[in-house]
Each structure stands twice: as structure tokens, then as C-alpha cells.
Write a protein that binds this ligand. Structure first.
Ligand code: NAP
Length: 298
């Protein structure tokens, strides 16, 4: 792994002040507040070193009314390449969905999430205090140049891959990278234009979308999904011959980012691929023990 990982350069006691320079909605307004996903870019007075795949902390102003203490720090995956969207090492971009939650104790439904509402409501010129960077696990390996990579994401779990893909193709990547991206509707596929443009320029990038509410899982018996929806794991099963070709190479890496349920969905597909490759023991355990499987799910 990368030996020079920038870590905790800014902390709650010594935070970094960022000014919003962009807050762009990535999904059509017609999808309403529940599909409000934003690309938010903060600019700093100084350079902030970080690697794609790391996270930044957001300090939400004010105190928690239940504890009287400052709100807990919230971590968000960084969605920009190390040099930042402007290329000057002085910005960080986040991909944030406006979150709503239900309070089982009171029965209240659709309560706006504190941190995501704070972030999504920020306007250009507003300031926010941040910490980080943190994370040493969900990173590209230092020797990524010729390795095959498989990126799987659901929803805003796409954030780290935006930076990672730019990192790969700005530094002469020669392996093959496949992105499996699960979203509810075709028109809420985040950064779709950017990934489409990379695919046009780089034949070694395959970009696949699983559109859960518009497509059906063709193999519900082999890969069960809720209401037979098309999920990333169902699409990976369809593509298992192609995935097998990558996993025949001993150093291929796979990354999972997004909803917690992805793990239970994708692991059986990996086990099947492993079995077809002649693995006698758990393929997932082997990939984990060899640091070839990286997971960031919530
Ligand atoms: P979402 O829109 O609710 O879901 C994305 C897609 O995943 C939908 O197509 C959904 O299908 C599908 N899906 C649901 N259950 C699944 C399962 N068990 N297996 C595979 N696919 C499944 O996603 P979101 O609201 O953006 O949430 C993404 C998650 O990523 C959050 O938990 C967030 O905390 C996490 N995350 C975010 C960041 C960040 O920087 N923002 C970074 C890392 C992780 P249906 O809805 O049709 O069932």
C-alpha cells in the first residue's frame, strides 16, 4: 500500500476552513427532495494533500439538543482526484445525498438528516469547517498501473471512484477497470456524463449500470434480489465470464462502496466465480486476506 498517506492533518481542535465554490445538483429537480444529490466543492486558502478514496470530516455547527455537546463529526468520501477539481490541490469535492430518516420511537417519518441537510443547503461563498483527510484502506494500491480493478457502487457510494478513475487515467493506467454502478433510475446515475466520456476515450474502462427500478434481474433464482430488481450483484452475475478473466490474474482488486446490503449480495457472486476458477476454500476470504477486497459500506 501507499506509504505516504496524508492523515489527520486537520482535526476537530484544529479544523480547516473551506469556502463553498460550487454546489451542483446531480439529479433532475423532477426527482424531488429524496433524490437530491449534490456535488459540493470547498476551496481552502492552503493546499490540502489527500488521496482519492480518503474521507473528509464535516463539523456541523451547533450542539446536539439531547447531549448539549457539539454535533458528532460526520465523514464523507472525497469525490475528487488528489489535485482537486481545479487541479491546484486547494479544493475538496463531496457527493452528498439529502438524507431523510424515520424515528421508530416517535413514529415520525421523513425527518431531514442533520449533516446532509446542512451540506445540501450550503451556497457558494458559505464557509464550513472540515477535518481530515482520513482513511488508509479504501485506496488504490501503489502499484495499480497494470492491475485489473473492479469498482462496485450503490448510489452516493460512487463518490470515491470519481477521483480514483481520474487518478488512473491521468497517470497512464494500463490494466482494465470495470465500474458496476447501481441506481434507482437511469436519470439519477451520478456523474454519468463524466464516466461516459472516460469510456469513450479509454477502451480499458467498462462502465455498467444496474437500474433497479427500470430493469429486472434476469437470474432471480441464482442471484435473488428484492422484488427481482436489477442490482449490481445481478449484473455482475450476468458478466461473470468477463469478471472471471480479471480474477484469473493474481493481483486483481475489487472495491465495494455504498449500501451495507451490497456485501451480502455480491459475496455469493464472488464465491461462484471463485468456485468456477477452481478455488476450494472461500474466495471472499482469500481476497480479503490478500488485501484484494476493499469495502466501505454503511
Ligand atoms: P440508494 O439510492 O438508496 O440506492 C442505490 C441503489 O442500490 C438503488 O438502485 C437501490 O435499489 C440499490 N440497492 C438497495 N439495496 C441493495 C442491495 N441490498 N444490494 C444491492 N443494491 C441495492 O443509495 P443512496 O441513498 O445514495 O445511499 C448510498 C449509501 O452509500 C449510503 O448508505 C451512504 O451512507 C453510503 N456512502 C456514501 C458515501 C458518500 O460520500 N456520500 C460514501 C460511501 C458510502 P432500490 O432502492 O430500488 O431497492
Amino acid at each position: 500500500m501507499n506509504q505516504n498517506i496524508p492523515l489527520n492533518l486537520y482535526t476537530v481542535n484544529r479544523p480547516l476552513l473551506g469556502t463553498v465554490i460550487e454546489s451542483r445538483r446531480l439529479t433532475p429537480d423532477s426527482r424531488g427532495p429524496k433524490n437530491d444529490v449534490r456535488h459540493i466543492t470547498f476551496r481552502f486558502e492552503e493546499k490540502l494533500p489527500y488521496l482519492p478514496g480518503q474521507s473528509a470530516g464535516i463539523i456541523v455547527p451547533g450542539t446536539d439538543s439531547r447531549t448539549g455537546k457539539p454535533h458528532k463529526l460526520r465523514l464523507y468520501s472525497i469525490a475528487s482526484v488528489g489535485a482537486g477539481d481545479l487541479g491546484d490541490h486547494q479544493t475538496v469535492s463531496l457527493c452528498v445525498v439529502r438524507h431523510f430518516w424515520d424515528n421508530a420511537a416517535t413514529g415520525e417519518k421523513g425527518i431531514p438528516g442533520l449533516a446532509s441537510s446542512y451540506l445540501c443547503d450550503l451556497k457558494p461563498k458559505d464557509q464550513a469547517t472540515m477535518t481530515g483527510p482520513v482513511g488508509r484502506h479504501f485506496l488504490l494500491p501503489e502499484d495499480f498501473k497494470k492491475r485489473d480493478l473492479i469498482f462496485t457502487a450503490t448510489g452516493t457510494g460512487i463518490a470515491p471512484y470519481r477521483g480514483m478513475l481520474r487518478e488512473l487515467f491521468e497517470t497512464g493506467y494500463e490494466g482494465h477497470v470495470a465500474l458496476y454502478f447501481g441506481v434507482q433510475y437511469r436519470d439519477v446515475a451520478l456523474y454519468d456524463d463524466e464516466f461516459g466520456a472516460i469510456q469513450k476515450r479509454h477502451p480499458n474502462f467498462s462502465y455498467y449500470k444496474a437500474i433497479s427500478r427500470e430493469e429486472t434481474n434476469p437470474n432471480p433464482n441464482e442471484v435473488p434480489t428484492r422484488d427481482n430488481k436489477m442490482y449490481v450483484q445481478a449484473l455482475m452475475y450476468v458478466h461473470r465470464d468477463e469478471l472471471k478473466k480479471s480474477f484469473e490474474k493474481p493481483d486483481t482488486m475489487i472495491y465495494l462502496c455504498g449500501l451495507k446490503g451490497m456485501e451480502a449480495g455480491i459475496f455469493p457472486v464472488l464465491e461462484q466465480i471463485g468456485a468456477e476458477l477452481g478455488e476450494k476454500e472461500s474466495f471472499v476470504a482469500k481476497l480479503k486476506s490478500r488485501q484484494q477486497l476493499r469495502i466501505e459500506v454503511y
